[in-house]
Design a protein around this ligand. Structure first.
Ligand SMILES: *[C@@H]1O[C@H](CO)[C@@H](O)[C@H](O)[C@H]1NC(C)=O
Ligand SMILES: *[C@@H]1O[C@H](CO)[C@@H](O)[C@H](O)[C@H]1NC(C)=O
Ligand SMILES: *[C@@H]1O[C@H](CO)[C@@H](O)[C@H](O)[C@H]1NC(C)=O
Ligand SMILES: *[C@@H]1O[C@H](CO)[C@@H](O)[C@H](O)[C@H]1NC(C)=O
Ligand SMILES: *[C@@H]1O[C@H](CO)[C@@H](O)[C@H](O)[C@H]1NC(C)=O
Ligand SMILES: *[C@@H]1O[C@H](CO)[C@@H](O)[C@H](O)[C@H]1NC(C)=O
Ligand SMILES: *[C@@H]1O[C@H](CO)[C@@H](O)[C@H](O)[C@H]1NC(C)=O
Length: 497
C-alpha cells in the first residue's frame, strides 16, 4: 500500500510539473519512506530497511576503484547500486573512471608518456593524460591502482578499466544468474554519472548522452533491464516490504545533461530512469538552488556533498526542502578512514548513523559496503540522539588516540593486513587458490593463452582478506573465473584484430 502511495505521489508530481505521460515518469520512485515516519523492522530477516547503499566506485576501500572486481565485490557485500563514472574515449566508447585524467589512478604515465598535455577545463589550465586522447584499445592496456593512501595496494596494476558494456553485463549476470540461484528477490542497479559532459559537448562536439544511448542500444540486456516499457516494474520496482530499487539512476552535476537525457529518451518512447542532481558544497547553498530544482520537476533525488546536510541549521533546512519536494537525499561520501569523517563524529559509523537516523537522509555513497549495509539493516528504532552524542564525545578521545597510533604504525599495519596470512584457515585458502590457479593456468594455456599466475593467486587470497564476512567459496570461484575470462576475451579480441 505504502509503495503504491509513494508511486502515485511521485507520478502526480512529475506529471504535474512536466506534463509527460505517466509511462515516462521514472520507472519507480527512488524515495523510500523515511526512517522517522516508518517502523523499521528491528530484526534482520527477509525485510529490508529503507536505506539505499550506493557503492562509491565499487567496493573501493578494498579493491582499486572502478574495476569489475570492485563492482562485483560491492554486489556481494549487499550494494543496492554500483556507482560508475562515465567518460568517452577517442573512438567514442564509454568507460568507467573517476575523471578524464587517466594519470590519477592508472599507469598511463609509464605506458604513454608522450600523451601528456594541457587543456583548458572550466577556465583553468589542466595538465594530464586525457581519456579522449586514447582509443578504447589503448585504454584497455592500462591498469588501475588504489587511489587512497593507507588502503591495500595489493591489487594495484592488476585490473583494467571497464567499459559500460562490461558493467551492464556484470550487473545482468549478478541479477539474473547469481543472486537468483540464491533464492534472493533483491536486485541491484547502476548509479551512473556523466563526467565533464559540457567539456565533451563544447570542446569535442560529443554528447555523452548520445554515446550512452548508443551503448545501451548495443547491449543485449540493457533494454530489458533499464528501458523496457512493457514490464518495467518486473525489474524496476522490486519490492521487499515496500523497499524499492530502480535498476538505473542517472546522476550529474550538470542540469542540462539530465534534461538532454530525459528528452532524448522521451522522443525514443523509452522508459525513464531515475534522475539525481549532484551538488557540491558551494552549489547546495546558492540562493536559487531549490527554485532551480523545483523548476526542473523530474528529479528523483539530490546527491549533495555531505557538508550540505551536516551543518546544524543549513543542513536541516536542506533536508526539509528536499522532503517538501519528495526528493531522496543521497549524500557523498562515507569513508571509514578518520580523516574523511566530519570532525564532530568519532567514526564513520557514528557519522552515517546520525545522518540516517537523526538528519533523515535516505541513502549514501559509501566505500565500505559492510558499514552501509549494517547501518541500513540496523534501522533507527534504538537510535537515541542524546546518549549517542555523549558516547561519541567519549569515543572521540579514544578514536583520536587510536588514529595517532594507526598513523604511526600505518606502514607496518598495511603490510600486516595485506600479506601476513598466518592462520590455518588462511593457509587452506592459499592452497585452494593456488591449486585453482594452477588448474586455470593449464586450462588457459590449453587454448593458447597464458595467464599471470600471480594474479590468480592474489585474487583468491585477497578476496578472503578483503572482507571476511559474506563472501563464500563459490562466489570467490565465480569471480575468479569471471576475471579470468574477461582477460581472456580481451586477449582474444586483441589478437583477432
Ligand atoms: C546466499 O544465501 C546464503 C544463505 O542464505 C547467505 O549466507 C549468503 O550471504 C547469500 N549470498 C549472497 C551473495 O547474497
Ligand atoms: C602522474 O601521477 C603521479 C601520481 O600518481 C604523479 O606523481 C605524477 O606527477 C603525475 N604525472 C603527471 C605528468 O602529471
Ligand atoms: C593557460 O596557458 C596558456 C599558455 O601557456 C596561457 O597563455 C594562459 O594564460 C593560461 N591560462 C590560465 C587561465 O592560466
Ligand atoms: C533455493 O530454493 C530451492 C527450492 O526451494 C532449494 O532447493 C535451494 O536449496 C535453495 N537455495 C539456496 C541457496 O537457499
Ligand atoms: C558536431 O557533430 C555533429 C554530429 O554529431 C555534426 O553534425 C556537426 O557538424 C559537428 N559540429 C562541428 C562544429 O564539428
Ligand atoms: C517482459 O514482457 C515480455 C513480453 O511482453 C515477456 O516475454 C517477458 O518474459 C517479460 N519479462 C519478464 C522479466 O517478465
Ligand atoms: C604476522 O603477524 C603475527 C602477529 O599476528 C606476528 O607475530 C608475525 O611475526 C607476523 N609475521 C610476519 C612474517 O610478518
Amino acid at each position: 500500500m505504502r509503495g503504491k502511495f509513494f508511486t502515485i505521489v511521485f507520478i502526480v508530481l512529475t506529471t504535474k510539473v512536466d506534463g509527460l505521460p505517466n509511462l515516462y515518469a521514472g520507472q519507480c520512485p527512488l524515495l523510500v519512506p523515511s526512517s522517522m515516519t516508518t517502523k523499521i523492522p528491528s530484526q534482520l530477516g527477509k525485510k529490508r530497511p529503507h536505506f539505499i547503499t550506493i557503492a562509491h566506485r565499487g567496493a573501493s576501500d578494498s579493491l582499486p576503484e572502478h574495476t569489475l572486481p570492485a563492482y562485483r565485490l560491492a554486489l556481494e557485500l549487499g550494494a543496492d547500486y554500483i556507482e560508475a563514472d562515465l567518460v568517452a574515449t577517442k573512438d567514442n566508447k564509454l568507460v568507467s573512471i573517476h575523471g578524464i585524467d587517466l594519470n590519477t589512478t592508472t599507469n598511463v604515465a609509464l605506458l604513454y608518456p608522450e600523451r601528456h598535455r594541457t587543456i583548458t577545463l572550466d577556465g583553468k589550465n589542466t595538465s594530464g593524460y586525457f581519456v579522449f586522447d586514447f582509443t578504447l584499445e589503448e585504454v584497455q592496456t592500462l591498469r588501475v591502482k588504489q587511489r587512497i593512501g593507507g588502503r591495500s595496494t595489493f591489487f594495484d596494476f592488476t585490473f583494467s578499466i571497464p567499459t559500460i558494456q562490461d558493467i551492464v553485463n556484470l550487473l545482468h549476470d549478478w541479477n539474473h544468474n547469481i543472486i537468483v540461484k540464491n533464492n534472493s528477490t533483491k536486485r541491484s542497479g547502476i548509479y551512473a554519472e556523466f563526467k565533464n559532459p559540457q567539456y565533451y559537448l563544447q570542446q569535442l562536439n560529443i554528447s555523452l548522452v548520445d554515446i550512452f544511448l548508443q551503448e545501451m542500444d548495443r547491449n543485449e540486456y540493457a533494454d530489458k533491464m533499464f528501458f523496457n516499457t512493457k514490464n518495467q516494474t518486473k525489474f524496476g520496482c522490486e519490492r521487499m516490504n515496500e523497499y524499492q530499487v530502480p535498476p538505473l539512476v542517472i546522476q550529474c552535476f550538470d542540469i542540462e545533461t539530465l534534461r538532454e537525457m530525459r528528452s532524448k529518451l522521451h522522443s525514443k518512447g523509452m522508459a525513464q530512469p531515475s534522475y539525481v542532481l549532484l551538488a557540491n558544497a558551494k552549489q547546495c547553498h546558492l540562493p536559487d538552488f531549490w527554485s532551480r530544482v523545483d523548476k526542473l520537476g523530474f528529479l528523483s533525488g539530490i546527491g549533495p556533498d555531505k557538508k550540505c546536510v551536516i551543518s546544524e541549521t543549513a543542513g536541516k533546512e536542506f533536508i526539509n526542502q528536499a522532503q517538501k519536494l519528495n526528493l531522496a537525499v543521497h549524500p557523498y561520501t562515507s569513508r571509514e578512514e578518520i580523516e574523511f569523517v566530519t570532525s564532530q563524529f568519532a567514526s564513520a559509523e557514528d557519522e552515517l548513523r546520525w545522518l540516517y537516523c537523526s538528519r533523515g537522509i535516505t541513502g549514501m555513497f559509501v566505500e565500505s559496503l559492510d558499514l552501509g549495509v549494517k547501518i541500513g539493516t540496523r534501522g533507527c528504532e534504538d537510535f537515541q540522539e542524546m546518549q549517542e552524542q555523549k558516547d561519541s564525545t567519549e569515543m572521540k578521545k579514544e578514536g583520536n588516540d587510536k588514529h595517532k597510533h594507526a598513523t604511526l604504525s600505518q606502514e607496518s599495519c598495511s603490510q600486516h593486513n595485506n600479506k601476513n596470512v598466518t592462520t590455518m584457515k588462511s593457509a587452506t585458502w592459499i592452497m585452494i587458490g593456488t591449486c585453482l590457479g594452477l588448474w586455470m593456468s593449464r586450462w588457459f594455456s590449453k587454448i593458447g593463452q597464458s595467464i599471470d599466475m600471480g594474479i590468480l593467486k592474489k585474487l583468491s587470497i585477497g578476496k578472503m582478506n578483503s572482507r571476511k564476512s559474506l563472501i563464500t567459496f563459490k562466489e570467490n570461484m565465480v569471480t575468479l573465473i569471471k576475471v579470468g575470462s574477461i582477460h581472456l576475451k580481451m586477449k582474444v579480441k586483441a589478437k583477432t584484430r
